[in-house]
Write a protein that binds this ligand. Structure first.
Ligand SMILES: Cc1cc2nc3c(=O)[nH]c(=O)nc-3n(C[C@H](O)[C@H](O)[C@H](O)COP(=O)(O)OP(=O)(O)OC[C@H]3O[C@@H](n4cnc5c(N)ncnc54)[C@H](O)[C@@H]3O)c2cc1C
Length: 399
């Protein structure tokens, strides 16, 4: 669909060059939030949004509470692209996959078509990590990283009962709790020894695992799925210790990786994500990046709060008032109601150690450096309510 019914008038005060639009690639939370912020400061600057998907506006965090709330993909959509075009006075081209960037000519490529930009914003998210697993039932393996994925997965498991989740990280644990709430039997297989690896210390992980086990999850930790094969009554997942688990579908939640390839091909500097400074500038003139694809001042943070901060400052920068993004203290709440978690991971490479207090599943874990300064925390159970107060004790990423 080309939702091209906008009413964009020319804006003589616009800071962009010529009549070329600001082109935003991606209509996820990053792309649409940026467009909203741009409209607060400039009602007229032409904005063209290109997206590989159907352009519906939705809140991605809701995808892992959809079974609990019994919501279809249609019910999770907050607005179709036509409505976004009206609301934001932008042009949206859906099912339009950008295939290249020519930073010198200031254009993006969609196949043979070249679309010129005044400024380009890469907000094209992260890829699901794909595992190469043997077997005859590949079509029964799903991953949910957008609304279209959610629709496919929901339709596939309609009327079914048994799901195996690969991965015990944030997304795997959230889906386990959600699917159990939705009436499914859930097995989790992961190579780590405890859930939420790298995010929380062992005791906090044990509290979450305990909660999920009590809710009905069967864990197979320290193991991986070696093959997934069709059998008469579903798909049989064979683990590396020989255990076989027969289920109706497999949900892969083994992680996400910022999309960097097209940027790299265009000569932009990439590391874990597309490298940008605090003005969200890439190494190419007039090209910016934000959201899950970006590595901002060394930080790759695949969460909502950082992209909101980026959208606010980038909107100012793109409309003529350069503003560096400022990351404060941004704890993440993990949606496992059987044992809720709020976590502020310590900065990558931070020196220090965890200390844990509390009882049962109500734990407070603090990561302190040698001078006693709190650099991160994990709260579980009832103590999650302390996150705002605790966040005030932690130094912000940027002052
Ligand atoms: C199940 C789940 C639950 C989550 N829960 C939370 C939570 O509770 N709290 C939290 O803070 N974070 C959460 N997150 C993370 C958060 O949702 C993401 O960080 C955020 O939504 C990323 O937004 P984005 O716009 O950068 O990427 P996306 O939403 O992935 O959008 C990328 C866009 O780029 C488009 N695109 C990609 N490639 C191309 C191309 N070549 N050409 C054109 N278009 C392209 C896509 O079609 C899409 O429109 C969750 C994530 C998941 C998967």
């Amino acid at each position: 669909m080309n939702a091209d019914n906008t009413d964009i008038t020319s804006n003589s005060e616009s800071q962009t060059s010529g009549n070329d639009p600001i082109v935003i690639i991606g209509t996820g939370l990053a792309g649409y939030t940026l467009a909203k912020e741009l409209r607060k400061t400039d009602k007229d600057v032409p904005i063209l949004m290109l997206t590989a998907d159907d352009g519906h506006s939705y809140s991605k965090p809701m995808l892992s509470t959809g079974f609990t709330k019994n919501k279809t993909a249609e019910q999770l959509s907050m607005a179709d692209p036509g409505r976004m075009v009206e609301q934001l006075a932008v042009d949206v081209r859906t099912f339009t996959t950008v295939t290249g960037i020519d930073a010198e000519k200031q254009c993006v490529l969609v196949g043979d078509e070249a679309i010129t930009y005044s400024k380009l914003v890469l907000a094209w998210g992260a890829d699901v990590i794909q595992l190469n697993i043997a077997g005859t039932a590949q079509e029964s393996v799903y991953a949910v990283n957008d609304l279209l994925d959610y629709r496919r997965f929901r339709e596939a498991v309609e009327g079914k009962q048994r799901i195996l989740i690969m991965g015990a990280g944030l997304i795997g644990c959230e889906f386990a709790n959600d699917l159990i709430n939705g009436g499914f039997k859930v097995d989790i297989v992961a190579p780590c020894d405890g859930v939420l690896p790298g995010l929380v210390p062992d005791q906090a992980a044990a509290a979450v695992q305990d909660g999920l086990t009590e809710a009905g999850t069967t864990f197979h930790l320290g193991q991986v799925v070696e093959s997934i094969d069709k059998v008469e009554d579903g798909v049989c997942c064979t683990l590396d210790n020989g255990t076989q688990v027969v289920v109706d579908a497999v949900l892969s939640a083994v992680g996400l990786r910022p999309r960097v390839q097209l940027a790299k091909d265009a000569g932009l500097t990439v590391a874990k994500g597309i490298v940008v400074n605090r003005l969200l500038e890439t190494s190419a003139p007039n090209v910016y990046a934000m959201g899950d694809c970006a590595e901002v001042d060394g930080h790759v943070m695949l969460y909502v709060l950082p992209l909101m901060e980026c959208a606010r400052s980038l909107a100012k920068t793109l409309t003529g008032t350069p503003k560096e993004v400022t990351y404060g203290v941004m704890p993440v709440v993990i949606k496992t109601p059987c044992c809720p978690v709020a976590v502020l991971p310590p900065p990558v490479g931070a020196e220090g150690e965890w200390s844990v207090s509390g009882e049962g599943r109500d734990l407070k874990a603090l990561f302190t450096d040698e001078s006693g300064l709190v650099k991160g925390f994990a709260l579980t159970g009832a103590l999650v309510s302390e996150r705002q107060a605790l966040a005030k004790a932690v130094p912000p990423i940027h002052r």
